[in-house]
Design a protein around this ligand. Structure first.
Ligand code: SF4
Length: 456
């Protein structure tokens, strides 16, 4: 096996895990290929957060079967669907050679040796949290990018009734803070100026220090200009975290704080462990500590038993909070979750009604998002330049501290901080022209298109 093709589905954690997989395979003297039909090894790093995500995996597997038939490529499935389905996946998809869970990335060399010996492998055992070692990132695989994800924890100890993550990612394990700080320092050496600390429930981090302290220490690493983090749980939005976000300007003024529903009755069934009033109280203290902070959230439409009155509360909350953006989806019943077991008892919401409610909240959010973005027109904003715009390669692309996407005319190199005059906006992006370069790149980065990893 000389060349590998990695197909990544889902969240930032999966994108980061795929990078670790690529590093393991490169150390085995394999080379990445961006084209599946040229690969000797195809790995799908999968997501099972919603039914649709799982269906996408199965249809992708169908496409890759041709590569196996034509050139004998090996096919492996990793990530959350692998952890959820285990050996059932080998029975369900007979041409899959191996299935491995998120805890087994470092075991890939041994797994591939067994596959080469014609064994079909299932490696989904959890590693005890005391013994779990987080894969260490090789900064060289980041060279060419100015922003990077840094994994600080894995798993989740919460039991939100709709969520499959605790079943597919296991119990919470926090990465020792020394490892996190060393990785961040290594990344600045290849030109990274912004890091995003990631975990399923990042603000319950306990890697020798608390999360607020970790954020402050990462912000002090020489060469770091911006620190982001995701995903937070409202019940872990502590005073210390609010204080840190309020006092350290390098902590980016963007906070992703999933609410999921505006109805306390629904939140209780979701087992979210906060009320709307508690959420709003914490949010108002965060906004007081960091005026102008951009807040985004997650919304589920059509949770079992959700009435029109419940949903009205979600719309009213959206109007009241005025989120920068929302990631909203219809409820999707997931295996082994409490909501799946009680869907009938609570009363399943018909699919058409779920979609109708989703459209209503998305329409409202588009209006609010559009107003927030339009308010930037005529202002100069600071942009960390990431490279050519994906929309129009003749333009430049980057993001503001609030995580707003900016496409602009100019010549600022990747890694520079540029001042951009905003001329136009849409609900999800700003458009403008370069006014000045306020800071040159610390390390000249050779721009390259998206990583060699296929991200779906
Ligand atoms: S906190 Fe997030 S990852 Fe954890 S169970 Fe709840 S929704 Fe899932």
């Amino acid at each position: 096996m000389r060349r590998f093709f990695l197909h990544t589905f889902g969240c930032q954690m999966n994108v980061s895990d795929s990078q670790r997989m690529a590093e393991v395979l490169r150390r085995m003297k394999m080379e990445p290929t961006p084209v599946a039909k040229n690969a000797d090894l195809i790995i799908l790093n999968t997501c099972s957060i919603r039914e649709k995500a799982e269906e996408k995996v199965l249809s992708a597997l169908g496409r890759y079967r041709e590569v196996k038939l034509s050139r004998g490529a090996r096919i492996g499935v990793g990530g959350c669907v692998a952890q959820q389905e285990k050996e059932r996946l080998l029975r369900r998809v007979p041409y899959v050679d191996f299935v491995f869970g998120p805890d087994a990335i470092s075991k890939l060399p041994e797994i591939l040796r067994r596959v080469e010996a014609r064994e079909r492998v299932v490696e989904t055992a959890w590693i005890d949290s005391e013994e779990y070692v987080f894969p260490r990132a090789d900064p060289e695989s980041t060279r060419g990018r100015v922003t990077e994800f840094v994994t600080v924890m894995k798993g989740c100890d919460n039991v939100c009734s709709f969520c499959v993550v605790p079943h597919t990612r296991g119990r919470e394990v926090s990465r020792p803070c020394g490892e996190v700080l060393a990785e961040v320092a290594g990344l600045t050496g290849v030109g990274v100026r912004e890091v995003t600390l990631i975990g399923q429930n990042v603000n319950s981090y306990r890697g020798g220090i608390g999360f607020a302290e970790l954020l402050l220490r990462v912000a002090e690493v020489p060469g770091i200009d911006r620190v982001r983090f995701t995903t937070s749980h409202p019940h872990d939005l502590s005073d210390a975290l609010i204080e840190a976000v309020g006092s350290q300007p390098k902590i980016a003024p963007h906070f992703h704080l999933p609410i999921q529903s505006g109805s306390d009755r629904v939140l209780e069934r979701m087992r979210r462990d906060y009320t709307v009033a508690e959420y709003l109280e914490r949010l108002s203290r965060l906004r007081a500590a960091r005026p102008g902070i951009a807040v985004t959230t997650d919304i589920i439409a059509g949770f079992p038993g959700e009435t029109e009155d419940d949903f009205q509360l979600t719309l009213e909350l959206t109007e009241e909070v005025r989120y920068e953006n929302q990631y909203s989806f219809v409820f999707s019943s997931r295996p082994k979750t409490a909501a799946a077991m009680r869907e009938e008892q609570w009363g399943a919401v018909p699919h058409e009604l779920k979609l109708e409610r989703l459209e209503r909240v998305q329409k409202l959010q588009r209006r609010i998002g559009g107003e927030i973005m339009a308010a930037q027109i005529g202002r100069q904003v600071e942009v960390l330049v990431e490279g050519p715009s994906k929309l129009d390669p003749s333009k430049r692309f980057g993001r503001t501290p609030e995580n707003r996407t900016v496409n602009f005319e100019g010549d600022a190199p990747a890694g520079a901080l540029a001042r951009v005059l905003v001329r136009r906006s849409s609900p999800n992006a700003l458009y403008g022209e370069q006014a000045a370069i306020s800071s040159e790149p610390r390390v000249r980065v050779e721009e390259r298109p998206g990583a060699e990893l296929c991200v779906a």
